[in-house]
Design a binder for this molecule. Structure first.
Ligand code: FAD
Ligand code: MLT
Ligand code: ZN
Length: 449
């Protein structure tokens, strides 16, 4: 790192907010699939410092990557080359929760779980939830418009973000903070930053509408004979307002993960050729009997949690899939949107008779979002197959009117398929917006667009 540049950063953030050694965790993504070679990480503590950093970088054509929890799954949060990493982890103050409006105001570097711990005293919670809750941060969630486990009930993150503070690449601070539930004053500029993966500016603060913690919850685990039965159960329960989550898992992966729980009582002796559903209902005066009856039409065995610990264990079986796949090798991960009744068909098109490398599908059936994970022994093997699989997979997804990314985003992974997804005109328009905000192309280069 050029010493003049380092000195300039020292003047802005001080020596304690600059890292130049042991940068592996910042340069490497969660899947060990994308590795950059940045020589410097800055950890600003105020919006003003973020502004000064970006102004300096813009004036000197230095490229940057904003990073929050670094749990992103598309290589968006790590540098491709030696971009400067701006880590938001020290901007972690929660300012207030307004009980009348249920709006929280916070810095963007607060970990999702910490937001929920803070909100607990008010009997409120964040409106989205995901397995990475212990590491991912508010700004990362907003920049990826994260989906997660409760979208079937609450809808998407972007509906809950009411206000933002954003620093533009030229250092200008845009005050889009807003504590009004209703604000109908023209074009909603903040929406451009939600889901734009750090390519337009850095989010420093946010106002988010929170939701009450439900009085009661019940988790069900079902074993089903066919994927068609999964869809039948979905049709039966989807219109019920108490449905909070509807998650699907192939028996293949639950069976493989059984050894992880030798000391615990599993809900089923998981079979490779069976299909499993985790379903959660929440609210007041839960209709547990009706739900059970509805599901009994399709399965003889339903397991229900008796206490919070059991609920957590059932959820663990679903949430640990991502991590367990990562332990098996290098994983090609997909998060496509497609009509739920096409999930099995889609996987069979990619791997007829389910032959090929170890692969499973699971995910948020209730949202029409399937995850397909394919494991390779080496990164080079993965790269050899990647293009072939993606051209077929994304082509099929498009043919069904789906989306190549339901929730993880585009990052560096799916960038070359943006034209397929969006079409030339839309992509052209998005590129113009990018040029308007970031004419020198310093913000998270070669990601998304
Ligand atoms: P990072 O990974 O650090 O960054 C993500 C992107 O946002 C990058 O492009 C980065 O440059 C940009 N960015 C980060 N902070 C800012 C900022 N302040 N301003 C501007 N740009 C910024 N995702 C889902 O949608 N649903 C899931 O169910 C889900 N489950 C997961 C489970 C596990 C175990 C893991 C590891 C990941 C999961 N993810 C899921 C993916 C990931 O957690 C989400 O994308 C999350 O929102 C990323 O947050 P982060 O703080 O880690 O952001
Ligand atoms: C999940 O639903 O578990 C996450 O999106 C992570 C993954 O795709 O494995
Ligand atoms: Zn997911």
């Amino acid at each position: 790192m050029n010493s003049k540049i380092k000195l300039a950063f020292e003047k802005i953030v001080g020596t304690t907010n600059i890292l130049t050694q042991d940068l592996n965790p910042f340069n490497t993504d969660w899947m060990n699939k994308y590795v950059g070679s940045s020589e410097i990480v800055l950890t600003p503590q105020t919006t003003d410092q973020v502004s000064q950093i970006l102004r300096f970088c813009n004036e000197n054509s230095l490229k940057v990557v904003p990073q929050s929890g670094n749990t992103g799954l598309v290589g968006g949060s790590v540098p491709i080359k030696d971009e400067i990493i701006i880590s938001m982890r020290k901007m972690n103050q929660i300012y207030e929760f307004d009980l009348n409006s249920a709006i929280i105001t916070s810095d963007s570097g607060v970990i999702l779980e910490n937001l929920n711990n803070y909100l607990f005293q008010y009997k409120y919670q964040m409106p989205w939830d995901l397995g990475a809750r212990g590491s991912c941060m508010l700004g990362g969630n907003i920049s990826t418009n994260a989906g997660g486990l409760n979208v079937v009930k609450h809808g998407l993150l972007r509906n809950y973000v009411l206000g933002l503070e954003v620093v533009l690449p030229n250092g200008k601070i845009l005050n889009l903070l807003n504590k009004n539930r209703k604000d109908n004053t023209g074009t909603d500029l903040k929406q451009l930053f939600i889901g734009s993966e750090g390519t337009l500016g850095i989010i420093t603060k946010a106002n988010v509408l929170c939701i009450p913690i439900p009085n009661e919850k019940k988790v069900f685990f079902l074993e089903l004979k066919s994927f068609q039965d999964v869809i039948k159960v979905l049709q039966k329960v989807k219109r019920n307002e108490q449905l909070l989550a509807f998650e699907f898992m192939e028996g293949k992966i639950l069976h493989k993960n059984m050894h992880r729980h030798s000391g615990n009582k599993l809900p089923f002796d998981f079979q490779e050729d069976k299909y499993y559903v985790l379903l959660e209902i929440a609210g007041q005066s839960l209709n547990v009997d009706q739900f059970s009856l509805d599901m009994m039409e399709f399965t003889e065995e339903i397991v229900m949690n008796q206490n919070e610990k059991e609920a957590q264990f059932l959820w663990k079986l679903r949430e640990e899939i991502a991590e367990s796949m990562g332990k098996m090798g290098y994983v090609l991960k997909y998060d496509v949107s497609i009509p739920p009744d096409k999930f099995e068909w889609l996987v069979n098109q990619i791997y007829p008779k389910r032959e090929g490398p170890f692969h499973v599908y699971y995910g948020h059936v209730g949202d029409g979002n399937v995850h397909i994970n394919i494991v390779f022994e080496s990164l080079s093997e993965l790269h050899k197959e990647e293009d072939k699989i993606e051209q077929k997979l994304f082509g099929l997804v498009k043919s069904q009117g789906g989306s190549i990314s339901a929730e993880h985003g585009i990052g560096q992974h799916k960038r070359k398929y943006m034209e397929l997804q969006k079409g030339r005109d839309v992509l052209g328009c998005l590129s113009e917006i990018k040029r308007l905000f970031d004419p020198n192309g310093i913000m998270n280069p070669n990601k998304l667009l």
